[in-house]
Design a protein. Structure first.
Length: 328
């Protein structure tokens, strides 16, 4: 579903989700229903989505963004059932044509013997659209876009079925997983990584390809902020939540050596939880999810020097998610 607009993932029912595209003023531009079980020539597959929150009150931080390619034309999938040899297949579905690319079969050949590979963790690189997966709970594989040209690039601890924020510098592409227990979050073109260090609100910055980080003191007009990393506007401007998730802040002029920064509140005082902010492609506007009881409401707000009144765009079903704001 390529095209500019706000991209929402909505829970339609227990067996399907809807990928919706809205304009900034709330007009629905396109919607595409995606079954959670998709038949293919290799057997049924499922999008590798974190959809446990469907039907519940949960608006997670971009938990499913990297399951889709950058233009949302493809979705990463995992086979529902192991093959007779015990192998577990991964790949991706073209949402326009329904074509399934079986990456596991292409990288191992058909008819491999007993104890075939068990693949999982299928995701797209947020910067270059490289396809990633892990094999046999250890080896991490990277594939060039729209191909099955893949190679092993490292190891991962998959005891929690996540990559734990490990960053790889492969073919000038940096990738890390935004699922899991608050791993570092990459800036839009992978210049910086921001995370909470060893405790909630302990902001740490690093160059994206470095394991060495700097602790940053973030101040506001009313005191220091325990910054919960919420997103990026550009490669030097960070969005933070407070620990109660009832205010969003913008923190500007960051680099890998920043030790102190000032945060500006974006919203009028409120008691709702504000989640998953994403910046407009041209920069001056931000969209976010405001959770109100059992539903989430998408708002936009101007990124000015002082708080401005949010404008309502759309309503999310329980467990829905704001994924991205895509430009031309």
């Amino acid at each position: 579903m390529p095209g500019p607009g706000l991209i929402l993932l909505n829970c339609v029912a227990k067996n399907r989700v809807s990928l919706d595209r809205y304009s900034a003023n709330g007009q629905i531009l396109a919607e595409q229903v995606i079954p959670l079980t998709i038949p293919t020539s290799a057997g049924p597959v499922s999008p590798d989505l974190n959809i446990a929150s469907c039907g519940q009150t949960a608006f997670l931080r971009l938990a499913n963004r990297e399951v889709f390619s950058r233009d949302f034309s493809q979705v990463a999938v995992v086979a529902n059932n192991p093959e007779p040899d015990g192998s577990q297949h991964v790949g991706y579905i073209d949402l326009a044509t329904g074509h399934f690319t079986d990456v596991t079969a292409a990288t191992t050949g058909s008819g491999f013997g007993a104890g075939g590979p068990v693949d999982g963790g299928a995701l797209f690189d947020p910067v270059t659209d490289h396809f990633w997966f892990y094999r046999d709970n250890g080896s991490v594989y990277n594939c060039l876009p729209d191909t099955t040209d893949c190679r092993a690039v490292g190891q991962t601890d998959t005891s929690a079925d996540v990559y734990n924020g490990i960053r790889f510098d492969v073919v000038n592409s940096v990738w890390q997983l935004t699922k899991g227990d608050d791993p570092p979050l990459l800036s839009p073109t992978a210049v910086l990584a921001a995370g909470s260090g060893n405790s909630l609100g302990d902001l740490h910055l690093s160059a994206a390809t470095s394991q060495d980080s700097v602790a940053v003191t973030v101040s506001t007009p009313t005191g220091n902020l325990s910054c919960v990393v919420a997103g990026w506007i550009d490669d030097s401007t960070l969005l933070c939540s407070d620990p109660q998730y009832d205010q969003l802040y913008v923190v500007r002029h960051l680099n890998s050596k920043t030790e102190a920064a000032t945060a500006t509140p974006l919203l009028p005082p409120n008691q709702d939880n504000d989640w998953t902010p994403v910046a407009s492609p041209d920069g001056p506007t931000m969209a976010f999810v405001d959770s109100q009881g059992t539903e989430g409401v998408i708002y936009t707000v101007q990124l000015g020097a002082s708080p401005s009144e949010p404008q309502k765009v759309a309503t999310l079903n329980q467990g829905g998610e704001l994924l991205a704001w895509v430009g031309q």
